[in-house]
Design a protein around this ligand. Structure first.
Ligand code: 13P
Length: 255
């Protein structure tokens, strides 16, 4: 019912030359993985080169952020139309690093989701609790708040195009992934809320992926959870072989 998705968030890594080397190696490696959607998200300067090199392949390109205005005097910002023009088909929005280091809020996430749809980019919207929030048993409330405010105004028709990435902040870049049970609990809760707020039909088509210390060794157990539809991979996505192994192991586990 949902096509699994494995996406690599490269964060602020890789020059254009490094990007080209990576995607040229990745393209033939993953060409036979047809039942999982594969996405790479390079930094802005490398998007165009990556998209050109991956044209006609089964790998899509995502941006890591966008600004909500179409154009204007917004020094340093990049619009959805510019990203689409550069060859991106998706865009990551509200990553926890953007929230904690760059002051993004559910309100800015909401505006960016609108801008993504306006530019025909599929939003990959990141949500997730901090360690403090988890220890205070606030995880599910935090997720509710982030979904409600972040996705305010999103229609059921749009939800089907949107990807939610559950990324517990304490699992990002720490080597400490959520256990399959922890991920399963959060994803089941998210699915239930989506059903409540957007209707069962749209909720059952919306992909909810997990992020946080995903590796070739733990991907199978994570995607074995019924509501985990794939992964948003950080560190391990920088290595072609590790990213391929994650995509292949996921494809096998979903079969
Ligand atoms: P790591 O896989 O490096 O923990 O990063 C996860 C992440 O932030 C993906 O967006």
């Amino acid at each position: 019912m949902r096509t699994p998705l494995i996406a690599g968030n490269w964060k602020m890594f890789k020059t254009i030359a490094e990007t080209m080397k990576h995607v040229k190696a990745l393209r033939p490696l993953v060409k036979d993985i047809t039942d999982v959607e594969i996405v790479v998200a390079p930094a802005f300067p490398s998007i165009h080169a990556a998209a050109e090199s991956l044209r006609g392949s089964n790998v899509l390109v995502a941006a890591q952020d966008l600004y909500w205005e179409r154009e204007g005097a917004f020094t340093g910002e990049v619009s959805g139309a510019m990203l689409k023009d550069a060859g991106a088909d998706l865009v990551i929005i509200g990553h926890s690093e953007r929230r904690t280091l760059f002051g993004e809020t559910d309100a800015t996430v909401n505006r960016k989701i609108g801008a993504a749809f306006a530019a025909d980019l599929a939003p990959i919207v990141c949500i997730g609790e901090t360690l403090d929030q988890r220890e205070r048993s606030e995880t599910l409330d935090v997720l509710d708040r982030q979904i409600r405010a972040g996705l305010d105004g999103v229609t059921s028709g749009q939800l089907v195009q949107l990807v939610l990435a559950y990324e517990p902040v304490w699992a990002i870049g720490t080597g400490r992934n959520a256990t399959p049970d922890q991920a399963g609990e959060a994803h089941a809760h998210i699915r239930q809320r989506l059903r409540q707020w957007f209707g069962a039909e749209a909720a059952d088509l919306c992909r909810v992926i997990y992020g946080g210390s995903v590796k070739p060794e733990n991907i199978r157990d994570l995607v074995a959870q019924p509501d985990v539809d794939g992964a948003l991979v950080g560190g391990a996505s920088l290595d072609v072989k590790a990213f391929f192994d994650i995509a292949r192991n996921a494809a096998e586990a979903f079969r």
